[in-house]
Structure formats: structure tokens, C-alpha cells
Write a protein that binds this ligand. Structure first.
Ligand SMILES: [Zn+2]
Length: 568
């Protein structure tokens, strides 16, 4: 009996060798391959078979694996990284804005916006039956009256959307089409701004923005899928190979699925189902999320739902002031007000929602800008840990503009990932005009505390929040290190700057962890999927102020080259 067993093992082992070791399809060599493995080792060469990395090491060792059909790519000393993973982005939604009238998130007044819209409408009037849409409006310090809105493009339904997604403005024609009037109620988690008579002024904040988006006539699914296809091609050209959609609904999944069904989904997509009304019972909300996850479990590698999304507050900038703060906002002159921002939930219900989501195995992904929202999220995670015991859900808080110092160690203690959008850490109009005066100098000095979080042991993941801002991760890496808009400009509290190793981790292995796919992506190691990018410069050696100009020469996804730069 024993003899037979040994013989069987030998046969199996031989068969295993014979099947498992055909020559690689592709060997990349003569490079500087930053593997992001646990030792952060740098290799010269990497071999791929099918969609999988089969060897990583020196030119001599990996080169020796080649067979007659193996294709060799000479990296010519260039740097290779794992594919960029964007842990907080809105592809299906924001792709629909490609080609629209975009104001570029510049701080403009009513008259300047009006003339910019006039120029857009003259160049590209679009279908007169549809609403005229304007994106990239900078909401910081912007107030628009209904008369000003009505004068912008007379006779046409007009929708303006802020770059941060938290404000929208409608003219009277669009307000009427959306059935928004004096009798309309504010939605949970949002505000319809009104004049003294209670009439909507045309300005919508937070969840109320969706009233406008739902009311506007929609293009066909094929048109929307083509827009998403375009957006993903642009992302692959900057090295992105995986994304975590941070705000999903049925419709966005239909768009992803259309691309998938037509074999055009060259991007790993992990979705997060948005829990819109935080006053609903936890069992109802999470029951809906579970059905959503089941319905859209399309492909474990390329299209799945792993998270639920919770908006714990809005944005900090004047005049929105929808971020929830522990201490009140100041007014423009620096005097204390009574306003600490809204509360979109009760702590009791948030605790139950987070705990139920965790128990169901979801990654809980909380939008929190203000320190009171951050604390509420951490309190809910603590409640969940006490009820559920330790779990491995990769819960995360995104944005983290203001964190109370007492809460910094809680990220490590509770195992909560800091999902940061560090492109924003600079002295732009949002900060200078819309934030600094209204939070006062003590809080201002703690904005975007990336280094403090890191030093307190938090795991940092990187995300762009595109369409709010550029999805180019190298621009965000530069900002995360320099905290400045460019060389010679005043940084935003440079002591919060990160090191290059931290930011590369944030966009590769840490983001893979945040997407719960670090077993297959995020580093270049044998057995993992071959998602990798080839860069035109050594980002570990250059002046950080040159990072934004980094060009991706080639992008590989699942073993296939899905982008190649033209020219030398
Ligand atoms: Zn977002």
C-alpha cells in the first residue's frame, strides 16, 4: 500500500513538472523592476506565461527560462512598477462628462461663467432637446442667484455641476423639468437652497445634486459605454490597471457590464454600492447591498462589488460648509459661528449600518472630510469590532481633510485604511479662498495629515477621486511629497509630505490590499497577474517636482500589452 502511494506521488510530481513548466510567453529584461514585494526588492527581469508572472529575478536566471517561442522585450534600463491601482475613483459616472463644456475647476464669478458657457454653446451647441451641461465648476466661494442662472443660456435647460460633485445649479427651465419648487423637501443628506420666500434658488448641495442628475434626459447605454471605454483608454495611458469605484448604483453597473459583455473591459473594476439614505434601518440597507453584490458578481478578476459606500459628510469649502466639524466654522472675518456642518445620520444608526455591513463581509468605505465625520466613522468601526470581533474587510475612510489628533492612532488600532486624495494637498482656491479662514489657523495647519497618519501606523491607499480631479497618479505622487503646486511655490504644511516609497506603496500594494486583491495584484511576484507599467524615468531618483511629467511607455494588464506610447 505504502509502495503504491509513493509511486503515485512520483507520477503526479512528474506530470506536474511537465505541465507547469513550458517556456514563458514573454520575458521583459534589462530593466529596473520595482517589485513592491515584502522586501521591496528590485529585479532585472520578469517572465510571463498567459496572464501570470512566472519568474522574477536577474537577467541570467530569468533569461535562461526562455524557449523558442518566448518573446523578449528589452527594457533598456527603464523602471517597471506594478500597474497603478486607484482606490477611489468614479469612472462610469465621470466618463459621461468627457467632451462636455468643462470650466476646468477654475475659480470664476457669475459673469465669467456666463461668458465661458456662451463660448462653449457657440462651439458645441449639442442636441437642443437635451439639457446643456457644464462641468468642472469651482464651487469654492461661488454663489449664483436664480436670475444669474437664468441669464446664462436663456431658453435652454441648463445644469452646472461642481468639480467636487457636491453642488449643482439649475436654471428655471431645468428646475421646472426636475419638478423642484417651493413645496419640494430636502432629500436626506442634501439641501435645496432657497430664497427668503422658500423658492429654490437653483443651487443644490450634496444628495440634492442627484435630484438634478436623475431628472435630466439620459443618453443610450451604448453611448455611455463608449464614453467609459474612452475614459479607461486614457487611464491605461497613465498606467492604471485597477480601479475601485467609490459610488455605485444599478445604472453604473449596467455601463460596466456593457463593456464587459462586448469584451472591451480592459480594467479591473471593484465597485462600492452607495447607501444613500442613512436613516433607513441597517437591515434594509444591507439587505439591498447584498442583493446588489450578488446581482453584479460578474467576474472575480474584472467586475465585482466588494464594498458599501457611506457619505458621512460633504465638503468643507465656503459656501457649502457641509463637512461635519467637531468645533464650529469661522466666518470670513475669523469669528466663531454656531455652524458645525450637517449630520446626515444618527451615530446609533451609523453604528448599526457599519456593523451589519462588516458582518456581511463588505469593505465599508466612508467619505469623511471633517473631523467630526471622521470620528463618527471611527466610532462606528469600533462599535462594529466590538460586535463582530476581528474581520478582514479592509474598511476605509476616504479624503480625511481634517482629522483630530486624538483619532490618528485609531486607524491602526481599528485596522482602518486611510484612503487619501493627496493631489488636493496644495494651496489652491479651495484651500486658500474656501477653507483656511473658515477653519482658522490651528485646524488649517493639520489639513490632509498624510504624514501624521502614516507615522501613527495607518496604512495609506491612494485614489484620485476623478472626475473631481486628474486621475494621473504621478501628479498626485508629486503633490503628496511636495505639498505644493509647483517648484518655488509655497507648500501646504510640508511637514505632512510623504516619501516616494510611501506614495508608490499607496498606489500599488496598499491599494491592492484596499481592493482586497493583493493576492493577485499590487506587486510583481511569481503567481500574480501580470499587471505592470514601464516608465520613461526613474521616479525613485528624480527631483519630486518632475514626477508629474512622468510618462508611461507601456501598460500590461493580465499579461497583455494594453497601451504603448507612440514615438521613442
Ligand atoms: Zn469620491
Amino acid at each position: 500500500m505504502q509502495k503504491f502511494l509513493i509511486a503515485a506521488v512520483v507520477v503526479l510530481a512528474c506530470a506536474g513538472l511537465a505541465v507547469a513548466d513550458p517556456a514563458p510567453d514573454l520575458i521583459l529584461w534589462h530593466g529596473r523592476i520595482h517589485t513592491e514585494d515584502p522586501g521591496r526588492s528590485v529585479a532585472e527581469a520578469l517572465a510571463i506565461r498567459g496572464n501570470t508572472i512566472v519568474a522574477v529575478g536577474t537577467d541570467a536566471v530569468v533569461g535562461a527560462l526562455r524557449g523558442p517561442a518566448t518573446r523578449l522585450v528589452d527594457l533598456a534600463g527603464h523602471v517597471v512598477l506594478p500597474g497603478i491601482i486607484d482606490a477611489h475613483i468614479h469612472p462610469a459616472q465621470s466618463a459621461q462628462d468627457l467632451g462636455k463644456c468643462n470650466l476646468g475647476d477654475r475659480a470664476l464669478g457669475a459673469a465669467e461663467i456666463r461668458s465661458a458657457i456662451g463660448r462653449c454653446a457657440a462651439e458645441n451647441p449639442g442636441d437642443p432637446q437635451l439639457w446643456f451641461e457644464v462641468t468642472g465648476v469651482n464651487a469654492s466661494a461661488l454663489t449664483l442667484t436664480r436670475d444669474e442662472l437664468d441669464a446664462m443660456l436663456p431658453g435652454r435647460p441648463l445644469l452646472l455641476e461642481s468639480a467636487d460633485g457636491h453642488s449643482a445649479w439649475l436654471d428655471s427651465i431645468a428646475l421646472a423639468a426636475a419638478h423642484l419648487g417651493a413645496a419640494s423637501h430636502d432629500p436626506v443628506g442634501g439641501r435645496i437652497e432657497r430664497d427668503a420666500a422658500g423658492r429654490p434658488t437653483g443651487t443644490l448641495r450634496d444628495e440634492a445634486v442627484n435630484l438634478a442628475l436623475k431628472a435630466k434626459p439620459a443618453p443610450s447605454l451604448d453611448v455611455e459605454a463608449a464614453q467609459l471605454d474612452r475614459a479607461f483608454a486614457l487611464m491605461r495611458a497613465t498606467g492604471i490597471t485597477s480601479v475601485q469605484d467609490a459610488d455605485d448604483n444599478e445604472h453604473y453597473l449596467e455601463i460596466y457590464k456593457r463593456l464587459y459583455d462586448t469584451h472591451r473591459l480592459d480594467m479591473r473594476v471593484r465597485g462600492s454600492y452607495t447607501l444613500a439614505n442613512l436613516h433607513e434601518p441597517a437591515t434594509v440597507l444591507i439587505g439591498r447591498a447584498i442583493r446588489f453584490r450578488t446581482r453584479w458578481a460578474v467576474d472575480p478578476d474584472f467586475l465585482r462589488i466588494g464594498g458599501v459606500k457611506i457619505f458621512a459628510d460633504g465638503v468643507v469649502e465656503y459656501p457649502s460648509h457641509t463637512a461635519s466639524l467637531l468645533e464650529p466654522y469661522l466666518d470670513a472675518a475669523g469669528h466663531l459661528t454656531a455652524d458645525r456642518g450637517p449630520s446626515y445620520f444618527t451615530q446609533r444608526n451609523l453604528n448599526r449600518i457599519v456593523s451589519a455591513a462588516d458582518a456581511a463581509g463588505f469593505t465599508v468605505h466612508v467619505h469623511a472630510i471633517g473631523d467630526r465625520a471622521v470620528r463618527a466613522a471611527l466610532d462606528a468601526f469600533a462599535y462594529s469590532r466590538a460586535h463582530n470581533g476581528p474581520l478582514d474587510n479592509r474598511d476605509q475612510i476616504a479624503h480625511l481633510e481634517l482629522v483630530d489628533p486624538a483619532d490618528l492612532p485609531r486607524f491602526r488600532q481599528l485596522g482602518v485604511i486611510a484612503n487619501m486624495q493627496l493631489l488636493w494637498a496644495r494651496r489652491d482656491a479651495y484651500i486658500v479662498k474656501g477653507t483656511l479662514a473658515y477653519v482658522g489657523p490651528e485646524r488649517a495647519a493639520r489639513l490632509y495629515p498624510a504624514r501624521s497618519l502614516r507615522d501613527a501606523g495607518a496604512r495609506l491607499a491612494g485614489g484620485s477621486d476623478w472626475g473631481v480631479s486628474s486621475f494621473n497618479a504621478f501628479e498626485a505622487m508629486e503633490r503628496a511629497i511636495t505639498r505644493a503646486d509647483g517648484r518655488g511655490l509655497e507648500p501646504l504644511f510640508p511637514e505632512q509630505g510623504l516619501r516616494i516609497g510611501d506614495v508608490v506603496d499607496a498606489y500599488t500594494i496598499n491599494a491592492a490590499y484596499a481592493l482586497k486583491q493583493e493576492r493577485t495584484t499590487g506587486s510583481l511576484e511569481p503567481g500574480k497577474r501580470a499587471d505592470l507599467i514601464l516608465l520613461d524615468r526613474d521616479i525613485f531618483a528624480i527631483d519630486p517636482y518632475d514626477l508629474h511629467a512622468t510618462r508611461v511607455l507601456a501598460t500590461y494588464l493580465d499579461g497583455r500589452e494594453v497601451y504603448h506610447a507612440d514615438g521613442p
